[in-house]
Design a protein around this ligand. Structure first.
Ligand code: LMR
Length: 397
């Protein structure tokens, strides 16, 4: 039966972590996967999470099945966080939200739902994009193509290219947009550019699917919600997948959500019923722990305030590391100006290093980054930055 099964290629991101774990080099640094480590190189367990868990443990609650769409208090907290507690859309009940297995899970539920709704639609993802976007939508049965996004020569966004692609896409095309902290480039649209994108999506009757996996890692929770706010104001239907993997440092708990903005409450009720079928036929219902932690934090004012403080500290440290890396590279005599790293936002930097340079970094120095040149600056710290900068300086010389 399995004789003809072909070996699948290694995942470009998580496969690299497997290789990193197996590497005996004591100086190795994993700048591959998008994970925030603290200044001691440790994965943080946030204090707000510890406190929420203490509260939960004290309650000794049994673990029954959750509803198919997840914990009601969690879904309500997501709506308030993503769209604003006072937003008309939330108040009028026209948002359908389901708890999902991380941001990836939210994208997958949305992709399967959209495939049933409009099986012939095409999907456009940014060029470049998070490696898994293509796979998720392709395996949901869609043809996936790119829209231009990154302009390597100007180290920024190819706005004309992006708008041309949107303005020539057939009605019903699903456009996957990075709401903030673009992965992998680190270049986000400005408010004015979002206006142009929203206008094109509206004019061409496209379907926007926002991926917001890094809310709070760019400029702040509210600031990073600008794309969602603009789509909300446009009056269009759209989808948003969100995640607490990074913002609550709950990677392994798989805590995310999918929200679908509808025209009215009746529509949202019908959409929710369809999302529940997708979930039920895939994994029945979500797990309890992570969703309960997130709901406890978001719905307890002191814990929510503590979370915001801790998230801000992560954001600030990443920014410091960006500046420090640029400074160290200069110090090491690198002629090329890497100042653009401080212009990028979020966890990643599209470093401009070639595939060959990334392979050398990995093989000769144990410095792991994605072969596209993406490095996770959130994994740099005051102890490894000198080694990383020296390694980069050697391969660019
Ligand atoms: C990443 O881009 O590194 C993260 O989103 C982790 C993942 O699942 O790929």
């Amino acid at each position: 039966l399995f004789n003809a099964v072909e070996m699948a290629p290694r995942d470009p991101i998580l496969g690299l972590t497997e290789q990193f774990v197996a590497d005996p080099n004591p100086k190795k640094v994993n700048l591959g996967v998008g994970v925030y480590y603290d200044d001691n190189g440790k994965l943080p367990l946030l204090e707000c999470v510890q406190k929420a868990e203490e509260k939960m443990m004290a309650a000794h609650a049994a673990r029954g099945y959750l509803p198919i769409d997840g914990i009601a208090a969690y879904d309500a907290a997501i709506k308030a966080l993503v769209f604003g507690a006072d937003s008309e859309a939330v108040k009028s009940g026209r948002v359908a939200t389901v708890q999902a297995l991380g941001g990836t899970g939210g994208l997958k539920i949305g992709a399967d739902f959209l495939k049933k709704l409009n099986p012939t639609a095409k999907v456009l993802i940014s060029d470049p994009s998070w490696e898994n976007h293509r796979g998720i939508f392709r395996d949901a049965g869609f043809t996936v193509e790119n829209y231009p996004y990154y302009d390597a020569d100007k180290r920024g966004i190819d706005m004309d290219g992006m708008l041309t692609a949107l303005n020539t896409a057939p009605a019903g095309t699903i456009v996957v947009l990075h709401a903030c902290c673009h992965n992998p480039t680190g270049y986000d649209l400005t408010a004015a550019q979002w206006d142009q994108v929203v206008a094109a999506v509206k004019a061409r009757k496209l379907v926007a699917f926002l991926d917001m996996a890094y809310q709070g890692f760019g400029q702040g929770i509210a600031e990073d919600g600008i794309a969602v706010a603009k789509f909300l104001a446009s009056g269009e239907d759209f989808l948003v997948s969100t995640s607490f993997s990074k913002s609550l440092s709950l990677y392994g708990e798989r805590v995310g959500a999918l929200s679908v903005l509808c025209q009215n409450k009746d529509e949202a009720t019908r959409v929710l019923s369809q999302l529940k079928i997708v979930i039920r036929t895939n994994y029945s219902n979500p797990p309890t722990h992570g969703g309960q932690v997130a709901a406890t934090i978001l719905n307890t004012p002191e814990l929510r305030a503590l979370w915001e403080k801790e998230l801000a500290a992560m954001r600030v440290r990443i920014k410091e590391m960006r500046g420090a890396l640029v400074g160290k590279l200069k110090e090491k005599g690198v002629q090329r100006d890497f100042g653009f790293i401080t212009q990028q936002v979020g966890m990643f930097s599209y470093s401009g290093l070639t595939k060959e340079q990334m392979v050398r970094l990995r093989n000769e120095f144990g410095v792991y980054g994605i072969e596209s040149g993406r490095i996770c600056v959130a994994a740099l710290n005051s102890k490894n930055i000198d080694y990383v900068a020296e390694s980069i300086a050697t391969v660019v010389r």
